[in-house]
Design a protein around this ligand. Structure first.
Ligand code: FAD
Length: 477
């Protein structure tokens, strides 16, 4: 069997009935991030024999790098804290942020299933979710972020990996899938995997889930679909090379919203640590090297990446005070940034101007304007209002940040059961996709990303994909 591999080394191979596979499993899942592991847990619960195929020696993915915040509505965690939320309100928030560009049926299913999936992971699989309280992300009208105590993706991945171990999920590491074997009816019948030493093996399967995320780490695809971020720092996992979309494209799958992505306007520089946008939502501001604000910091952190990159030297300073610093110390990433010396403290505006090499007159004018807005209740030219209670007071803190590309949001078009669709709208027989491999719910650009859309798709659609695979396999018997 021969297959033509593209630049990224992946290919579709014509299935050969005479070919002898080293092994055969009913279900294979490519990718061991949140999506792949949740899909595995849900299929395993239905009694499916499966394996997760993960290219890294230790499963991490972008999930590991994330804050691990999973949005969900109508959960017992919310009810315990008196938060009155519903899938309908959550769906409205998602669609408001993306100008109603996402598939409304997908948004409806993800929001309706989000509470069930988060509670199932907590109650059945001991993922120690708790409600994140104290601030709302831009566009969220209710507190609905669920995270583990340290608020890190590392901890979320650790919990999911522990659950997989308890459930006997087989995770094959150092296993990069390079080929899908597809028959004349476009049924996936197996895969070729490649080990780090270059050796290859083939495993047959009856169904396949693509959980191998998007194409943020593939410069050629970024140039093709998101040229505005071609020179931006990429801060997702290096394995997001777009294998799923390349296989899908070769098979004639529909690719949707390929220009969409999540950026972030608050990556500590040069420390390269994510600084939570909670700082801005609590009253912090971003100031450029000219001592001026340049945006509504409450618009959304994704689109803020491009705004920060457009500033002189492609950087800005997050400016905040002791009240916000105390709140931020709840975040492990922030504590790490603090320990690494990224957070500078100044007793006065004069000291800050000198310490950060900012023009004092401009900095003073910026603060005077914020104070005036707080007193009058008016909004500024960017559309942001300031409250007198949250006014920044000395001593001030500052972190130098830049904007970055975190992950892509476009991908394989799937139906609400995670089945990959062809360009004519029909579904491939046994090919599923979820998480960053699939089209997200963030519309067509960088402005439509509502905080949490990434893990919403990875976790909730991941669970659905496992259920769909289990149902498909049961129907085949
Ligand atoms: C810094 C940062 C912070 C973020 N914070 C949040 C947040 O708080 N909330 C939120 O909702 N979203 C957040 N996101 C986005 C979120 O991390 C992603 O949307 C989500 O992790 C995607 O999950 P996934 O399982 O689809 O992909 P991943 O977690 O990236 O997993 C994909 C896996 O597939 C493997 N793989 C790829 N190709 C192959 C192959 N050919 N063969 C075998 N294995 C392969 C990879 O090695 C990887 O382990 C953040 C992203 C970043 C970068």
């Amino acid at each position: 069997m021969n297959a033509a591999h593209n630049d990224a080394g992946v290919a579709i191979r014509a299935f050969d009935p005479a070919f002898e596979y080293e092994a055969h499993l009913p279900l294979l899942i490519i990718g061991g991030g949140a999506c792949g592991l949740v899909a595995a847990l849900s299929a395993k619960a239905a009694g499916v024999e499966l394996a997760v195929l993960e290219r890294d020696a230790f499963p991490r993915g972008s999930t590991f790098m994330s804050s691990g915040f999973v949005p969900a509505s109508n959960t017992r965690f919310q009810r315990d804290r008196g938060v009155d939320d519903s899938p309908a309100i959550q769906a409205e928030d998602i669609q408001h942020k993306n100008d109603a560009e996402a598939d409304p049926q997908m948004v409806s299913v993800l929001t309706q299933q989000s509470g069930r999936v988060v509670e199932w992971l907590a109650d059945v699989h001991a993922v120690p979710f708790e409600l994140v309280e104290g601030f709302l992300y831009p566009g969220h009208r209710r507190m609905r972020m669920h995270a583990t105590p340290r608020r890190t993706g590392e901890e979320l991945m650790g919990s999911l990996l522990n659950a997989c171990e308890r459930e006997g999920v087989y995770i094959l590491t150092e296993t990069r899938v390079i080929e899908l074997h597809v028959d004349h009816a476009q049924c996936v019948r197996g895969i070729t995997l490649q080990r780090p030493d270059g050796s290859r093996e083939s495993i047959g399967c009856d169904a396949l889930i693509l959980a191998c995320n998007g194409f943020g780490a593939n410069p050629k695809l970024i140039e093709q679909y998101i040229p505005s971020m071609r020179d931006a720092l990429y801060f997702g996992h290096e394995s997001n090379t777009g294998d799923a979309v390349q296989w899908g494209e070769a098979l004639g799958a529909s690719l949707r919203d390929m220009h969409a992505f999540q950026g972030h306007g608050s990556l500590a520089w040069p420390h390269q640590t994510l600084i939570s946008w909670a700082l801005m939502m609590q009253g912090g501001v971003q100031i450029n090297v000219e001592g001026q604000r340049f945006s509504n910091e409450h618009g959304g952190y994704s689109e803020q990446a491009a705004k920060v990159i457009a500033q002189p030297q492609q950087r800005a300073f997050n400016i905040f005070d002791g009240r916000i610093h105390t709140m931020a110390m709840d975040f492990e990433d922030y504590r790490n940034a603090h320990e690494a010396g990224a957070v500078k403290t100044f007793e006065s505006l004069e000291a800050m101007a000198q310490g950060l090499n900012l023009p004092l007159a401009a900095l003073t004018a910026t603060f005077a304007q914020m104070q005036a807005l707080g007193e009058t209740g008016e909004v500024d030219v960017y559309g942001r209002g300031f409250s007198a209670e949250l006014a920044l007071v000395a001593p001030y803190h500052a972190i130098q940040v830049t904007g970055a590309l975190f992950h892509t949001q476009g991908g394989l078009e799937v139906d609400t059961e995670a089945r990959v669709l062809r360009t004519d709208g029909s579904a491939f027989p046994n090919l599923l996709a979820a998480g960053g491999a699939a089209r997200g719910v963030s519309g067509s650009n960088d402005k439509g990303y509502l905080s949490g859309n990434g893990l919403l798709s990875a976790v909730v659609l991941g669970a659905i994909s496992g259920e769909t695979a289990a149902q498909y396999l049961a129907n085949q018997r």
